[in-house]
Design a protein around this ligand. Structure first.
Ligand code: 13P
Length: 255
């Protein structure tokens, strides 16, 4: 089965309502029909409006950046997966390194969030990736393996088939320092082999694995040309329509 090419924009905590509406409208104006799925992941306040804007545009979906693990209740300030689904979004980023680092989200909690996302017919974009000291100690594969096993491997095959994985080496996020195409390929291949061992080759080869970390128009072509890289999770460059569109067009067959 051919897996899906995906480019997702993680806007993080940027852009007020008007700015977000303008950026999404510009992206929609510039987007060309292709097989690549584009996912815009803005802050919660944009979700409803962007879902309306994206309605009827093929291969464009909207996603959230986080959700609470419970379905409802006295959790002031939180947003549930069901609420996200109700405004027309179809994806949720789970386990971004900024959530792990600044909001103390651990593997056990992330496994529950993945369950909440899937229970509401949303797709998780599950993030994994090592910090610099871990890479320097050459423990990056062991760390990513543990993040994936603890966050995802409780799922049955049917549920796992809905998961998108994003490998984001923390040392490459917002630093201007990207993983080399070889480093990305090596880790993506490793992740796919873990999935194959647990769920079989066919599910492994159908799983989209995205790269994230200082992905820009000038390096996306090389990164996306790697056989196990199925697209990107884009931070800074997703805030500029031109750059984001150029990244979207960086798959070998679109050049
Ligand atoms: P940058 O592209 O800004 O490095 O951010 C990557 C990221 O964290 C996407 O989720």
């Amino acid at each position: 089965m051919k897996r899906r090419q995906i480019v997702a924009g993680n806007w993080k905590m940027n852009l007020n309502f008007q700015e977000g509406r303008d950026l999404a409208s510009e992206i929609i104006r510039m987007i060309k029909p292709s097989n690549t799925l584009t996912v815009l992941c803005p802050p919660f306040v944009h979700l409803n409006h962007l879902s309306v804007l994206a309605n009827g545009i093929s291969n464009l979906e909207i996603g959230a950046q986080n959700c609470h693990q419970s379905s409802s209740g006295a959790f002031t300030g939180e947003v549930s997966a069901e609420m996200i689904k109700s405004v027309g979004a179809n994806f949720v980023i789970i386990g971004h390194s900024e959530r792990r680092e600044y909001f103390n989200e651990d593997d056990e909690l992330l496994a529950k969030k993945v369950d909440a996302v899937l229970a509401n017919d949303l797709q998780p974009i599950f993030c994994c990736g090592e910090k610099l000291d871990v890479r320097e100690a050459e423990s990056h594969e062991a760390l990513v393996q543990s993040q994936i096993e603890k966050g995802l491997f409780h799922l049955d095959s049917e549920a796992f088939a809905k998961v998108v994985i994003a490998y984001e080496p923390v040392w490459a996020i917002g630093t201007g320092r990207t993983a080399s195409p070889e480093q990305a390929q090596e880790m993506h291949h490793f992740i796919r082999s873990l999935i194959a061992k647990k769920y079989g080759k066919s599910i492994a080869s159908a799983t989209s694995i995205l790269y994230g970390g200082s992905c820009k128009p000038d390096n996306a072509v090389e990164i996306f040309s790697q056989p196990d890289v199925d697209g990107g999770l884009i931070g800074g460059a997703a805030l500029k329509a031109k750059d984001f569109i150029s990244i979207l067009q960086s798959f070998p067959e679109n050049l």
